[in-house]
Design a protein around this ligand. Structure first.
Ligand code: ADP
Ligand code: ASP
Ligand code: MG
Length: 474
């Protein structure tokens, strides 16, 4: 049975036209003899708006929170009405209304209690995927696909770390075998919301922002899928974020390790943890464009073929801070680093990059509201300074370490930009450095111009660039 997990991101389900395109893509896979399991995100921007409604309610702005909810209600009702005309339309609209009634009740309660816990936040954001998955399943049926809605929370079971819950693989595997496999065996198409899950007690959790990709990979791993397809709004993994660098090229094939580094270092196109369940079971992942389904996208494979260009892609992670810990005497003694990391651990704050000298240690972390408390604890050990609005630029490619003079080429391409910290060699496939956030876009464009002039045509889609040049008359 050629089981394929197909995940459609927020922009691929943003309005009736996008949902229609996604339905046509699933129908195409069915016609080709595949057995799809479909995972969908919330309609685009809905997760952000739900979080905004929650924040408003928690600050006592009941009217503001309910106004956001009311706009979302209209958007979902209108989308459903535009797509579903059969006898299913009335029950679908009333289901949407019921869900918004209960969401409004939660928001009113929150505006009275004035405390937003991670658990309530997860419950509130879960509405995005709970709604989109219902509308999409009904649309699929309307278009002749034998789709069945399945609440993802009955299958994706996690621990209780709300907002970034850890999946419990054995339970997921069992539930998928019990609930999804029989549907697929009967040639039905299960449709589930991504990102949302529940703990063993049935309380709603989520897998972290961007987590629908993760849901797709978890299901792919649990069910031994033939492939996982991540349908998004760009042609695949590109040599840089196309919003920053319009002449970015599609990467045709990339290794799991390279894709994981890119995702971790900010290439939003994929959730960082997505890759793991797929790697473990050696399931290929394809990143594809729902606006341009004929494009073959990017294949993520266990081993990438040899590439004559040094780098595959450039990722940027913004909203970072640098923390400098400077000891007034020579304190780089045994145990000093341990003390520093114990403090980061206590505040559950992951560190991205570390650089040391005899008397100082610099660390980079996501800018977050724990920084003053972390700095206060660190100041018991040494002098502490921290500075926000930093960005980490990460260049990913095979065997960078083995190539002489690579660092010189990278830094000469951005010689006009002030580099604050450098890390190379931690991984053979990643070279990263820290700069001011305001310089990040310019740095990416300069690096892209320097390293993707003459890209290897076996790895990069150079045809698209030629096409672009012809069309623009250059
Ligand atoms: P979805 O809603 O489908 O999950 P996302 O917005 O999460 O989509 O991710 C797709 C976006 O990721 C693209 O629109 C693009 O701007 C951004 N992006 C960042 N880096 C890259 C990259 N290297 N390749 C492709 N897209 C990238
Ligand atoms: N809707 C969630 C988010 O916006 C999950 C996802 O789309 O992957 O973060
Ligand atoms: Mg995403």
């Amino acid at each position: 049975m050629s089981l394929v997990i197909m995940k459609f991101g927020g922009t691929s389900v943003e309005d009736p036209a996008a949902i229609g395109r996604s339905a046509a893509i699933v129908a195409g896979r069915l016609a080709a003899g595949k057995r799809p399991v479909v995972v969908v995100s919330a309609m685009s921007k809905v997760t952000d708006q739900l979080l905004r409604a929650a924040a408003a309610a928690a600050q006592g702005d009941r009217t503001g929170a309910l106004a956001i909810s009311s706009r979302l209600r209209s958007r979902h009702r209108d989308t459903a009405a535009a797509l579903v005309k059969s006898a299913e339309a009335a029950p679908l609209i009333s289901l949407i209304d019921q869900k918004f009634d209960s969401l409004d009740e939660i928001l009113r309660g929150l505006a009275a209690i004035l405390e937003l816990t991670p658990r309530i936040s997860d419950l509130i954001v879960s509405y995005g995927e709970r709604l989109s998955s219902r509308i999409i399943a009904a649309t699929f049926r309307e278009r002749g696909i034998d789709a069945v809605h399945q609440d993802a929370r009955d299958i994706i079971v996690t621990d209780s770390q709300f907002q970034r819950a850890i999946p419990l693989d054995a339970i997921i595997e069992r539930r998928a075998a019990e609930k999804l496999r029989p549907m697929v065996a009967e040639a039905k198409v299960p449709v589930l919301g991504g990102f949302i899950a529940s703990n063993e007690a049935g309380i709603t959790t989520t897998l972290g922002r961007g987590g629908s990709d993760f849901t797709a990979a978890l299901l792919g791993g649990a069910m031994g899928a033939e492939a996982i397809e991540i349908w998004t709004d760009v042609d695949g993994i590109m040599t840089a974020d196309p919003r920053v660098c319009p002449d970015a090229l599609r990467v045709k094939v990339i290794s799991f390790e390279e894709a994981a580094e890119l995702a971790y270092f900010g290439a939003k196109v994929l959730h960082p943890a997505t890759i793991l369940p797929a790697v473990r079971k050696n399931i290929p992942v394809h990143v594809l464009n729902s606006r341009n389904p004929a494009c073959e996208g990017t294949r993520i494979a266990s081993l990438a073929p040899h590439c004559s260009s040094p780098f595959k892609s450039i990722a940027v992670k913004k909203k970072l801070s640098i923390i400098d810990v400077v000891a007034s005497r020579m304190l780089m003694t045994h145990g000093y680093m341990k003390d520093i990391f114990t403090i980061f651990d206590k505040h559950q704050c992951p560190v991205d990059m570390v650089s040391t000298s005899e008397v100082s240690v610099s660390l980079t972390v996501d800018s977050n509201d724990k920084l003053p408390a972390i700095a206060a604890d660190l100041s018991k050990l040494a002098d502490v300074k921290y500075e926000g609005r930093k960005a980490l630029v990460c260049m990913v490619g095979e065997d960078i370490r083995g190539q002489n003079g690579m660092a010189a080429q990278v830094f000469s391409a951005i010689r006009h930009i002030n580099v604050r910290m450098i890390s190379q060699g931690a991984s053979e496939i990643n070279m990263s450095f820290m700069i001011d956030e305001d310089d990040a876009d310019e740095a990416v464009r300069s690096l892209h111009a320097a390293f993707f002039q003459d890209p290897d045509p076996t790895i990069f889609d150079v045809e698209a660039r030629k096409q672009l040049t012809v069309n623009s008359g250059q």
